[in-house]
Design a protein around this ligand. Sequence first.
Ligand SMILES: *[C@@H]1O[C@H](CO)[C@@H](O)[C@H](O)[C@H]1NC(C)=O
Ligand SMILES: *[C@@H]1O[C@H](CO)[C@@H](O)[C@H](O)[C@H]1NC(C)=O
Ligand SMILES: *[C@@H]1O[C@H](CO)[C@@H](O)[C@H](O)[C@H]1NC(C)=O
Ligand SMILES: *[C@@H]1O[C@H](CO)[C@@H](O)[C@H](O)[C@H]1NC(C)=O
Length: 377
Amino acid sequence: MAASARALVAAASAVLAVAVLLASPPVLLPAAAAEEGCTRRPVVFAFGDSNTDTGGAAAALGSYFPLPEGRAHFRRSTGRLCDGRLVIDYLCESLNMSYLSPYMEALGSDFSNGANFAIAGSGTMPRDRPFALHVQVQQFIHFKQRSLQLISHGETAPVDADGFRNALYLVDIGQNDLSGAFSSRLAYDDVIHQRIPAILSEIQDAIVTLYYNGAKNFWVHGTGPLGCLPEKLAEPRGDDEGGDLDDGGCLRTLNNASYEFNDQLCTVCNKLTSQLKGATIVYTDVLSIKHDLIANHSGYGFEEPLMACCGYGGPPYNYNASVSCLGAGYRVCEDGSKFVSWDGVHYTNAANAVVAAKILSAEFSTPSVPFGYFCKT
Ligand SMILES: *[C@@H]1O[C@H](CO)[C@@H](O)[C@H](O)[C@H]1NC(C)=O
Ligand SMILES: *[C@@H]1O[C@H](CO)[C@@H](O)[C@H](O)[C@H]1NC(C)=O
Ligand SMILES: *[C@@H]1O[C@H](CO)[C@@H](O)[C@H](O)[C@H]1NC(C)=O
Ligand SMILES: *[C@@H]1O[C@H](CO)[C@@H](O)[C@H](O)[C@H]1NC(C)=O
């Protein structure tokens, strides 16, 4: 990572700390402020899981995630599984746009900057089960057809044909599929050679379907380091697995699978770029970003890279599968900004700020295009 980028991230954390102290409205990350402004209203449609869910599961399933969820930023329950903002929230801030409303939130939603179809717990398979990626894409198609129908009848809709055409379509999914494959004790080679290609074929199908429904600007996130999640680290390990920990204390085998997933995903994105005429498909290596954040955590101002802030059981991981964050008897740390992991699976508001700043640097993207490329031409 370049020194200037490191300085940016440090500055971002400082701004963040001040923002939290003053309880002021969202403060732009310097990396974002440095970007040129949009020349048209930015519209983003997001698809994914809890990493991107800004309240979809709460709206769709009636799930309730009370404080301390949200405590570091919104100071109230928002349906996010985080003490504050998700990466998608920081990306939206970078374009001065409002946070994305969940597609299924009936009250108070504003879809003029797009809609968020991501739902916590989602994966790519089985493809027709709510709210798998395929279902999310079908919901988008409904949203688009309904919008254009309203407009053709002389009524208004938050996004018009131009808006859909120039929108950004963001996809961040697969972590639950990959995690589930290992939880179900699928053999490593089968995960790599069968399950991952099956997951990626769903992601490819989603991109192609969106493309044939008029999308041309895509933003695809790779998966994170599965082997660094407190949830995975806290699972009992056999003696023979003791040597599976890398220098940073993460599980090599799971991280290896994450690297494999991303290699194959990047290949899919490159292939689709050459096949889908006029499409821009940006792949961002979120794994390198997150792995670096964890392995070199002190350089980013974090003290606990592998222990959940909110959980049960205390060090080293403060994670117990039978007592989750919000579960009876859970404990929550005092200062979440020193923790990378919020609840053993999801990152903290502070960690997401660093991840988003790095995504915005475009340093980890192929092609190396700034996040706001879609609203500037
Ligand atoms: C966001 O707003 C700031 C301040 O008004 C401006 O400097 C910046 O260029 C804007 N960024 C975008 C992406 O529109
Ligand atoms: C990691 O992946 C490489 C390349 O696929 C493989 O050769 C190696 O055995 C894997 N290591 C582990 C610990 O799974
Ligand atoms: C940690 O930082 C060092 C020095 O910048 C870098 O070489 C290394 O790749 C980083 N670790 C990870 C896991 O990214
Ligand atoms: C998890 O918590 C339960 C309930 O307190 C306890 O019985 C169990 O031993 C804990 N599991 C581990 C692995 O510590």
